[in-house]
Design a binder for this molecule. Structure first.
Ligand code: PEP
Ligand code: MG
Length: 878
């Protein structure tokens, strides 16, 4: 056991949390930082452990306590037990880990029948002194002597004559009478007198705090939070200060900078003539710190200077508790302040510019999720308070959107044209809903998981979206949604928050994102530290332009089937899918080819100088085939074939398990003319661009490859078309999105120029969970903690991650330096990005709006890796 059992605040520091507990270490650090902390001392956790084992104070503890009390007396000029000028102390627990409200605190200790008079004379306020004594007896009786707290409350309640009066209405005489009755209660319940000797009081209070470590609440809390029972608690004894000694006294909280905007001004609120519990109770409206500058200018300036000093000491924004006792300021606590994304960015940049922190620290202070907040509209800060939550779904695409509920995509377009804001509500979405999604402010579906059509498409557009809200009953025909006993009919306002998955009734205020100069600065620094590339999943020239603005260094996935969502293009793709003869298919392909060539050309131009990965067609058939009769009739007419024939063909193509069906390279192998057409379009566009001075770098990617033979089959077609076009300087690679491809990566790498992990399908196939139906049970799994995260949102590193590692190892065993990326939705999720960096990928690719988030996550991953390797990497970065 360490010899020293008691530390004055000035003898400790922040590193001594094990011995002094979190609170004690914090008070010590703050004292040494020069803040005006009421003096005090901390009894170590070692002393508590000894007490827990033996039921007694360790030898020498009490002498040390008395000696430390002398120090407090010296500093305050008050005497412990002094009838004229009494010192009062608080006795609080404080373990290594914060255990809020689990252990006990005694305030105003040192009061007795004599010292209370001294307090009354000294404060000039008899009522104040009588109330302090009354509170002390109550706390001491309950915590130290174990009398049921409700008995004290009953007495207080009776003295007020029921609810009619507040505590503050009781006079000094009435409070004295309450104290007298409290003591009688103690005598009856505890079988002993309330102790008049302050030393007795202190000794018993310390023992009570030690005992509270093994109290029922504390033990349960530790079990729940997996905190060891062996740590023990420290005990902090500190001189009392009072914020309720009249109008020059106050208590409050302050942030050293504005936690919502990050502006470098003191921010917070305070209550005059009040104690901490009055602030918490919320019965009086506090004043802003800005008012303090007028009302108590001297204290304000002092607080401002202390805030600045603490900030410099801790090199971060501080959240502080303070008390003013008759014009004199005391700091009671300081800790790192919580802040919004915008504030995090501004504070980090300004602190780095002021030389308070290094740039790498500034980057690490900005969580990728903070960047996410900045890029999308959010609910106005107070909107949520009054909001009526309808239900919760999956947070598929971040951002808050409000609008009239509309249940049909055509209507969404019409209403948007007429100037309405709309939210498109569907059971699930399919390609023919695309124009409705474009017109809507946000999208809500009852079905589908994080990688369902609605989720992927909305994320690509940066449109707020909640999917898989399974409690919703949607009647698309009548335009009514019902949930939890409420109905919303077409035209009524709803609000979705795609960052949290919440769906609200009514029109809630949102605020637009604002990409400030601070954002640009911190992203620039992040890019200096980042090592992996960040590309975007972009399907159209417009998406490519957005991606480039967000800092994408190329396109990691262009889903060619997504290029047909607009206008009548979908018909040509459908014709191609349902064609029964090669002639029919060639006729449909001939319609598609010019679109493709034109789009590829425009994308190459947008991405001048950067790689563009184009994936050959991969349309899950259930997403692309027309379902409703009018659509089928329409298509039959356009194709010039009988309705019945088309219907029969669609029936023949309908699959039980479309996600595992006729999609990916299987389509291109069955119908090589599709791959031929696509490759021809790619290389014709590429050649044309190159001839016109554009630096084109096409990378053609084959989806859903299972066997090396599949890849070779498709790669040969691509290479043949490139040769025919006379184009060189391109790559042909494969997606790794089924477990077998990961396991056979060494063989596939023999002919593939690159790999890109399709972690959406890899998750689906490795876990055997349908990506479209995961919402049925994944939320339950999360609730039951069977899964910690939705695996379609956060990569399952433990399971699916192994396949990623295996494929990287085996692929590079065949071809050292093989270029490997990821283009599943996990490529924009911060913890997954860190995993991909650790696993040695060359780039991650994600939807355009997530590119900045991925850039920040990649910078964090690089900086953390650097720290883990002792900073050896650092030199290469700068
Ligand atoms: C994937 O499966 O991860 C992928 C990127 O392809 P898609 O989402 O288009 O199936
Ligand atoms: Mg896939």
């Amino acid at each position: 056991m360490s010899n020293k059992l008691v530390y004055l605040f000035r003898e400790g520091d922040a590193s001594m949390r094990d011995l002094l507990g979190g609170k004690g270490a914090g008070l010590a650090e703050m004292t040494n930082a020069g803040a005006p902390v009421p003096p005090g001392f901390t009894i170590t956790t070692e002393a508590c452990k000894h007490f827990a084992q033996t039921g007694e104070f360790p030898r020498g503890l009490w002498e040390d306590v008395l000696c430390s009390l002398k120090d407090i007396e010296g500093q305050t000029g008050h005497g412990f037990g002094d009838a004229v000028n009494p010192l009062l102390v608080s006795v609080r627990s404080g373990a290594r880990f914060s255990m809020p409200g689990m252990m006990d605190t005694v305030l105003n200790l040192g009061l007795n029948d004599q010292t209370v008079r001294g307090l009354a004379t000294g404060s000039g306020d008899e009522r104040f002194a009588a109330d302090a004594y009354r509170r002390f007896i109550q706390l001491f009786g309950k915590i130290v002597l174990g009398v049921d707290g409700r008995n004290f409350e009953d007495i207080l309640h009776e003295s007020k004559g029921g609810e009619a009066r507040q505590d503050t209405d009781l006079s000094a005489d009435e409070l004295r009478e309450v104290s007298r009755r409290y003591r009688k209660l103690i005598r009856a319940e505890a079988g002993r007198e309330f102790p008049q000797d302050p030393h007795d009081q202190l000794r018993s209070a310390i023992a009570a705090v030690f005992r509270s470590w093994n109290g029922r609440r504390a033990v349960d809390y530790r079990r729940l939070n997996k905190i060891s029972d062996d740590l023990g608690t420290a005990v902090n004894v500190q001189a009392m200060v009072f914020g309720n000694m009249g109008n020059t006294s106050a208590t409050g909280v302050a942030f050293s900078r504005n936690p919502s905007t990050g502006e470098d001004v003191l921010y917070g609120e305070y209550l005059v003539n009040a104690q901490g519990e009055d602030v918490v109770a919320g019965t009086r409206t506090p004043r802003t710190i800005a008012e303090m500058a007028r009302e108590m200018p001297e204290v304000y300036h002092q607080l401002e200077a202390i805030a600045r000093q603490l900030e410099r000491h801790y090199t971060d924004m501080q959240d502080m508790e303070f008390t003013i006792e008759r014009g004199r300021l005391y700091m009671l606590q300081t800790r790192t302040g919580k802040r919004t994304g915008a504030a995090a960015v501004r504070i980090a940049v300004e602190m780095a510019n002021d030389g308070l922190i290094e740039r790498r620290t500034a980057v690490l202070r900005v969580e990728p999720s903070a960047i996410e907040q900045l890029l999308h509209p959010t609910l106005a800060p107070d909107a949520r308070l009054r909001a009526q939550l309808l239900t919760r779904g999956l947070p598929a695409s971040p951002g808050a959107a409000t609008g009239e509920a509309v249940f049909d995509p055509d209507e969404a377009v019409e209403m948007a044209r007429a100037g309405h804001q709309v939210i498109l509500v569907r059971r699930e979405t399919a390609p023919e809903d695309f124009h409705g999604m474009v017109a809507a402010e946000g999208v809500l579906t009852a079905r589908g998981g994080m990688t369902s059509h609605a989720a992927v498409v909305a994320r690509g557009m940066g449109r707020p979206c909640v999917v898989g809200a399974g409690e919703l009953r949607i009647d698309e025909a009548t335009g009514i949604l019902s949930v939890n006993g409420r109905s919303i009919t077409k035209g009524q306002f709803i609000t979705v928050d795609g960052a949290t998955g919440e769906v609200f009734a009514g029109r809630l205020a949102t605020q637009e994102p604002d990409l400030s100069e601070y954002y640009r600065a911190v992203m620039g620094w992040a890019d200096e530290f980042r090592k992996v590339g960040v590309r975007a999943n972009a399907d159209t020239p417009h998406d490519a332009a957005v991606a480039r603005r967000f800092g994408a260094e190329g396109i990691g996935l262009c889903r060619t089937e997504h290029m047909f969502f607009e206008g009548d293009r979908i018909d040509a793709v459908r014709e191609m899918i349902v064609a029964e003869t090669i002639e029919e298919r060639r006729a449909a392909l001939a319609k598609v080819e010019p679109y493709q060539r034109d789009d590829f050309g425009r994308i190459f131009r947008e991405m001048d100088g950067l790689p563009v990965t184009i994936r050959t067609l991969d349309p899950p058939l259930h997403e692309f085939l027309p379902k409703e009769e009018p659509e089928v009739r329409d298509l039959a007419k356009k194709m010039g074939i009988p309705f019945e024939r088309l219907q029969a063909r669609i029936a023949a193509l309908t699959e039980t398990n479309p996600m595992l069906g006729f999609r990916g390279c299987r389509l291109g192998i069955a119908y090589p003319e599709i791959t031929e057409m696509q490759a021809r379009a790619i290389f014709a566009a590429a050649k044309d661009c190159r001839d016109n001075g554009v630096d084109v770098r096409p990378e053609v990617m084959i989806p859903l490859v299972n066997t090396p033979q599949e890849f070779r089959h498709q790669a040969e077609i691509v290479r043949r078309e490139a040769a025919a076009a006379g184009f060189d300087g391109y790559l042909v690679g494969t997606m790794i999105e089924v477990p077998r491809a990961a396991l056979l990566a060494d063989q596939i790498a023999e002919t593939a120029d690159f790999f890109s992990f399709g972690t959406n399908d890899l998750t689906q196939t490795a876990m055997g969970i349908s990506r479209d139906d995961s919402a049925r049970f994944v939320p339950l799994y999360l609730e039951e903690k069977i899964l910690l995260n939705d695996p379609f949102q956060v990569l399952d590193q433990e399971g699916v991650g192994q396949l990623v590692k295996i494929a990287v190892e085996r692929g590079r065993a065949t071809k050292p330096g093989l270029k490997i990326g990821v283009c599943g939705e996990h490529g924009g999720e911060p913890s997954s990005v860190e995993f991909f960096v650790r696993t040695g990928l060359d780039y991650v690719s994600c939807s355009p709006y997530r590119v900045p988030v991925a850039r920040m996550a990649a910078a964090h991953a690089a900086l953390k890796k650097m720290t883990a390797t002792g900073g050896n990497d650092f030199g290469q970065l700068t």
